[in-house]
Design a protein around this ligand. Structure first.
Ligand code: AMP
Length: 286
C-alpha cells in the first residue's frame, strides 16, 4: 500500500500528507525524545510482490556502490530507486532558493539538515505516488538517527542492506567515479587491487569504463576530492554508523561485505537477498 495512504491511516488525519506528517514529527519532537515506533512486520525477504511492493533501505559509506546495486535491484523489483544525494544534486542544478546553501554544505562533505532532506524526500515520494509508484529502495537515507526515527514513524521498512568495503577501496572508488554529463551514466576509472595481508583477503575491482559515446562527456562530482571524501567518511562514522545499530537492533539489517566488483558482487547479493534472477546474469558481468 502506498506510503501516503498508510500514513493517512496511521495518523488518522485525512488531510495530512507525508510532507506535513514528517514535518509535524520534527516540530512536535523538538526535545529529541525518541518517537514512538509503529509496530513492525517480520522481515520477509521472499515477500510476494502482489502483497505490497518492497520498502528497502541501502546503507553504506560514500563510494560503496549503494546507487549501483540499488538501481539494479529496482529494475528487478519494479520499485523506484530514490537517492537523496540525487535529490540534493537536482536541487543544486535547479538554482532554486536552496541551491547556494546546499552547495556549500555538500562541497564541504557535511550533511544537509534533516528538515531540508525530508522536505526533498517527501516531495519525491508524493510525486511518485501520484504517478502510481509503490514501494521504494532508498539510497543515502536515513543518514542520521533522527531521520531513521522519522522514517520509522511514517512507514515500515522491510529490509536494510548494509554494504561494506574497506576504506582504501572506498576512497579509490570515489576518486575514480565519473558521470556522463549527457546520459547520467555512472562509471569508474579506478582499478582497485588491494593485496591481502595478515590473513585479510585481497580485493580486485576492475574499472567500469564508459561506452565510447560517453567517454568524451565524463565529469566528476565536486565532492569527490580526496579531502572532501575523507570528511564524508568521517561524518558517516560519526552520524550514520549509529543508524546501522538502529536497524540492527530491530533485526532488519542485512550485512553484505562486497567481495569485489559488480561481476563478483551482484550474484552474491541476489543470493543473500534470496532473489533468483537468471536472465540478468549476463548483464551483471557487463
Ligand atoms: P550522496 O550522493 O549520497 O553521497 O549525497 C551527496 C550529499 O548530499 C551528501 O554528502 C550530503 O551533503 C547530502 N545528503 C544526501 N543524503 C543526505 C541525507 N540523508 N541527510 C543529509 N544530507 C544528505
Amino acid at each position: 500500500m502506498a506510503v501516503v495512504n498508510r500514513l493517512l491511516r496511521s495518523t488518522a488525519t485525512p488531510s495530512s500528507s507525508i510532507l506535513s506528517k514528517t514535518f509535524s514529527s520534527i516540530t512536535s519532537n523538538t526535545d529529541r525524545r525518541p518517537l514512538s515506533p509503529l509496530s513492525h512486520s517480520a522481515l520477509h525477504l521472499r515477500r510476494d510482490p502482489k502483497d505490497r511492493n518492497v520498502q528497502w533501505v541501502f546503507l553504506g559509506c560514500p563510494g560503496v556502490g549503494k546507487g549501483t546495486y540499488a538501481s539494479r535491484l529496482t529494475a528487478l523489483l519494479g520499485v523506484p530507486h530514490i537517492a537523496t544525494g540525487d535529490l540534493v544534486r537536482e536541487e543544486l542544478a535547479s538554482s532554486g532558493p536552496l541551491a547556494s546553501q546546499l552547495s556549500e554544505i555538500v562541497n564541504q562533505g557535511k550533511l544537509v539538515s534533516d528538515e531540508i532532506i525530508i522536505n526533498l524526500l517527501s516531495k519525491r515520494l508524493e510525486a511518485g505516488e501520484s504517478k502510481g509508484e509503490t514501494g521504494f529502495i532508498l539510497d543515502g537515507f536515513p543518514r542520521t538517527i533522527r531521520q531513521a526515527e522519522i522514517l520509522e514513524d511514517v512507514t515500515d521498512i522491510d529490509l536494510v542492506v548494509n554494504l561494506k568495503l574497506n576504506e582504501e577501496a572506498l576512497l579509490a572508488k570515489c576518486l575514480g567515479r565519473r558521470i556522463c554529463s549527457e546520459c547520467g551514466g555512472n562509471y569508474n576509472v579506478a582499478c582497485i587491487d588491494i593485496k591481502g595481508e595478515n590473513g585479510s583477503p585481497g580485493m580486485y575491482m576492475a574499472p567500469l569504463l564508459p561506452p565510447p559515446h560517453c567517454a568524451s562527456k565524463l565529469i566528476t562530482r565536486s565532492d569527490d576530492t580526496e579531502a572532501v571524501v575523507k570528511e564524508r567518511l568521517r561524518i558517516y562514522n560519526e552520524m550514520s554508523l549509529p543508524v546501522e545499530d538502529f536497524y540492527r537492533s530491530r533485526g532488519k539489517l542485512l550485512e553484505f561485505d562486497l567481495p569485489g566488483g559488480i561481476p563478483e558482487s551482484w550474484p552474491k547479493l541476489l543470493q543473500a537477498l534470496n532473489l533468483d534472477y537468471h536472465e540478468d546474469k549476463q548483464s551483471a558481468a557487463a
